[in-house]
Structure formats: C-alpha cells, structure tokens
Design a protein around this ligand. Structure first.
Ligand SMILES: [Zn+2]
Length: 528
C-alpha cells in the first residue's frame, strides 16, 4: 500500500455500501470511513495538535479561502502543516460553502486552486458553486453547469501531482441534476468525489432526502473512488451515510454546536442546560457533573463541549466501523432508526435502493443476522435469497410431492418433530417452508448461510407474511409436483386464508392434487 501513489484507495471490508478502506495521501494514509474535524483558522476550540495526539485523528480539514484572505503569504511561506501545527494529513475546502452563506467570495477558482497548491495541502477541493436547498430548478441547473466548468478550469492549471483533488457534485435536491453532475464529474480525473451542499437538508432533519441524494451520486460515480459528504458532522447520521456509501465526512458541528451549548450524542443533540446527568464517560463528562459544568466560564464550557462532541463523533465512527467488520451495519441502522422518526423515514427509504444494495453487499458475513420487522425485508440477504430462488433455483427432480410447511422455531428446521415425521413417512416429499422473512425456503437450503443464522422476531409481521405468500404463489406457478399439501396454522391471520385460497386455485388450474392439513399453532390437529 505505502509504495502506491497518492490517491490510491484500497478497500478491506464492506457491508452494505459502507467500506473500511485506506486512502493514500502524500502525508500519510487515511482509514475510511473518516470524519475530518474542520479547523477554523480564526477561532479553534481544540488545537489541531491535540486532535492528532489525544484523539488520534490523523486527518483534518481547514478552509483555504479563510486562510488566503486572513494570512495569505504567511501560510505559503510556512506551508499549511506548519502553519496550523498539524503533522498529519490536511485537507482544504475551497470556501464554496462561504459563498452559500455570505454570497460571492473575493477569489477566483484559479486563485483558490493555486493557493491550495502553494500551501502544500494534501487534499484540495475546487471552488465550486453549491446549489443550496431553496434554489429553483433553473438556478440549480446553473450551479451544476458552473461547477463543471470550474472543474475543467481548475484541472487545466494544476501543477502539483501529489495533491488529491476533490470533484464536488452539485444539484441539491434535484435528483436528475445530481445524476447528471455525478456522471459528468466522474469523467474528470478526480481522486475523490463529493456530494455538495447537503448541510441545510441535514439541519432540517430531511434525512430521507439525504439518502436519495447520496444514492443518486453513489450509483453514478466509480465505486473504486472514495465519496465525501460535505458538512456531515452529526454522529446520528454517520451509520446511515456510511451504509449509503460515504467514505469521508467533514464537519465543524462539534465546534459550532459547542458554541450554542449543544451536547452531541450518537442519537441526537441535547441542550447542556437541561442535563442532570451526562450520558457519556469521555474525559470531559467524567471530570465534571452537569452542575459543576454549568458553573464554568462561557469560553471554558465551549472548549470542553467541543471536546466532548468530538469524542462522540469518534466513538460513533468506531461503532460504525466495527459494525462493518461484523457485517452488522444493517442491525446498527435498525437500532439508530428508532432514535428519531426522521431517521426511521430515511432508513425505510433504503428499500427504494434494495437491488443496488444487494448487488454490492458481501455474501458471507462473520455473524448471523437479526430480523426485527418489515424494514428488514429490504436487507441484501433477504433480497438476494428471493432473487436467487427465482432465477437460479431448480427443484429436486425425484421429489414429486410438495409440502408447504410453516417455518418452525427449531434450527435446522428438519429437527422439528413433524418435519422429521413427514420426511420419514414420505420419501417423495419436498418440504418448502413459508412464513419466513425469506419468503420461501426449500428444505435443502435451510441450513445454508444466512438462512440458518437468522434470528427472527415472532410472531412474524404482516408484511413478511404477505411477501411470503407471494413467494409461495410464484413457486407454485413455476414448478410442477404430483401433489401439494399445505400445513396451515389455525389463527386469526387473514392472509393465511388467502394462502389457502391461492394454493387451492393454482392446484385446480394445474390439475394437481391439493390437501390441507390444519395445525393448532405448530402442532398438528390430525395425524399425518
Ligand atoms: Zn462526554
């Protein structure tokens, strides 16, 4: 890895679209997913050196425009690393965000690019034009065109070969523009692509929109390149953004929230003044109780809160990384979705992209899976099982009698007494299990990963029951048996009556013998 050129990006572990990777720069290697704490060159609550030495965060981001405007030649003379006293990796933003907040800035794209080269930054962003959130379509269109024009302009004048340049993708909430911009930007030789201007959307908690924006970009850039999400510093969205394929983040949130006396947690933001207990044991939270903390001076509080906030960001990113290693990123998303209704809405939005997620998620994982409810029907393992059952599965030729049996609690399923009895009595029986999140499971697949390693909440939710019935229907149409026997648990579930009807009708149409055996719960009411 280390011999490779700056810009080389190697991926070691994946889960969903999240990945643990290594990105080479001229000043070292960044392990992704990574959040660059943003350093304000004018006022900074935590010294960059402390961020490296104590937090062990080796890459930060600062603002090229503010540096140029306020310190100009001094930064050029010292180089950015010396100037801010940080011997790790430094990324510089271009000041484009300032244009969004304060209007036009006093520098051209070429000047900002030249400045970034002359201060020897490691990662640089072109001066693009952020779309913003409220822009109408024609204005948004202009920001895309202008950003692409500036990208060409900047790439033409670059001299230094060892800086990683970031190509920002604009378009805001207009997904067609985002897609166009992502496609066009991908043709240009950037080391990193970035989704621009989602800050307002995140501040308003429109996380479902954010999912759509990230996915639109992700589906249109090369997967071999890292994707940066600008201004995403709240830990409550790290897991979701990583799952959608963001490798890098930058944020000043830890410092900005501290200024407003806001205390970050992995699930949301709290007002420090309302706290009687600290739900955290970082250095700050274990040194003070909230009462002592509130008695401190404003400056001291801001500094300490920024420290706590940054610890929380780091901790959450570690949690996300461990979940990627364990193949438990989906489970982490499920847990996090319960923290806020808008996160749940965003989590549900993933179902729109379930095929893309399935295509790029690993097949084998270290651990078993948990199924909590219908959101889980979109997870890659379940989607994959259904696709493969439909496209690749062929029923065993010698088995002519289909037994549809509700999925037992025992694992493997053939340990269930009734299942064992059926198999012993009827060598021609082919048992397929229904009432499972997987839809339908032919017995010969029942102890294959991940089917045998999934813990499912019972009773099964209605959506999963409905989908299971659809799978049974498709299966009955597709394969021919001499007879079909449906073992049906007797209960109040309306959908199961529907299943009975469907089986009967299809068998009639195909002129196949149909038999119904009622069960009380999972116990048989009659002898088989
Ligand atoms: Zn803390």
């Amino acid at each position: 890895m280390l011999e490779k050129e700056p810009g080389a990006f190697e991926i070691y572990y994946k889960d969903l679209l999240g990945r643990i990777g290594k990105l080479k720069t001229k000043s070292g290697v960044i392990e992704t997913p990574h959040m660059f704490p943003v350093i304000n060159p004018l006022t900074q609550p935590i010294a960059p050196k402390i961020i490296k030495d104590e937090y062990k965060i080796n890459a930060i981001m600062t603002n090229a425009y503010l540096l140029k405007k306020n310190f100009g030649s001094e930064v050029i003379a010292k180089g950015i690393h010396k100037f801010i006293d940080f011997d790790g990796i430094v990324a510089t933003d271009s000041g484009a965000y300032q244009t969004l907040v304060y209007g036009e800035i006093e520098a051209s794209p070429e000047e900002i690019a030249e400045f970034q080269e002359s201060i020897k930054t490691d990662i640089a962003v072109i001066l693009d034009v952020p779309t913003g959130y409220d822009e109408d379509k024609s204005k948004a269109e202009w920001t895309v065109k202008e950003t692409l024009r500036r990208a060409d302009l900047t790439l033409k004048i670059l001299n230094e070969k060892d800086i990683l340049w970031v190509g920002p993708i604009q378009g805001g909430i207009h997904l067609d523009l985002l897609s166009l911009c992502a496609k066009e930007m991908s043709k240009k030789p950037f080391s990193i692509y970035a989704l621009g201007s989602p800050t307002k959307i995140m501040e308003s908690y429109f996380f479902d929109k954010l999912v759509e924006m990230i996915m639109m970009v992700k589906m249109n850039i090369p997967l071999s390149k890292p994707l940066h999400l600008f201004g995403a510093g709240h830990p409550m969205i790290f897991a979701l953004a990583v799952a959608c394929g963001c490798d890098l983040f930058d944020s000043a949130a830890y410092a900005i929230f501290a200024r407003k006396e806001r205390y970050l947690t992995e699930n949301g933001t709290l007002n420090i003044n309302n706290l009687e207990y600290f739900p955290c044991s970082c250095r700050v939270c274990s040194s003070y109780n909230p009462k002592e903390f509130k008695a401190l001076s404003k400056n001291e509080k801001e500094k300490l809160l920024a420290e706590h906030n940054l610890w929380i960001c780091k901790e959450e990113l570690n949690r996300v990384k461990q979940a990627i290693l364990d193949g438990r990123l989906w489970e982490l998303l499920e847990v996090k979705a319960k923290a806020h209704p808008m996160l749940m809405k965003a989590f549900r939005k993933l179902s729109k992209y379930k095929l893309f997620l399935e295509k790029h998620s690993p097949i084998i994982k270290r651990k078993g899976l948990f199924y909590f409810g219908d959101e889980g029907l979109s997870r890659p393992e379940i989607v994959r099982h259904k696709i493969r059952l439909e496209k690749n599965y062929v029923k065993p030729k010698n088995l002519t009698s289909l037994i549809l049996f509700p999925t037992p609690n025992e694992k493997p399923f053939y340990l269930n007494q009734n299942v064992a009895k059926i198999l012993a009595k009827n060598p021609q029986a082919h048992i397929c299990f229904y009432l499972t999140p997987f839809g339908l499971i032919p017995i010969e697949l029942s102890d294959v990963y991940p089917i045998s390693q999934m813990e499912v909440v019972s009773p099964l939710d209605k959506e999963a029951i409905k989908e299971s019935i659809i799978e049974v229907k498709k299966y009955l149409f597709r394969f021919r048996y001499n007879s079909v026997t449906l073992f049906l648990p007797e209960n109040e579930i309306e959908e199961l009556n529907e299943l009975k009807k469907i089986c009967r009708e299809i068998c009639k149409k195909k002129q196949v013998k149909f038999k119904l055996i009622k069960m009380k719960g999972f116990k048989l009411k009659e002898k088989i």
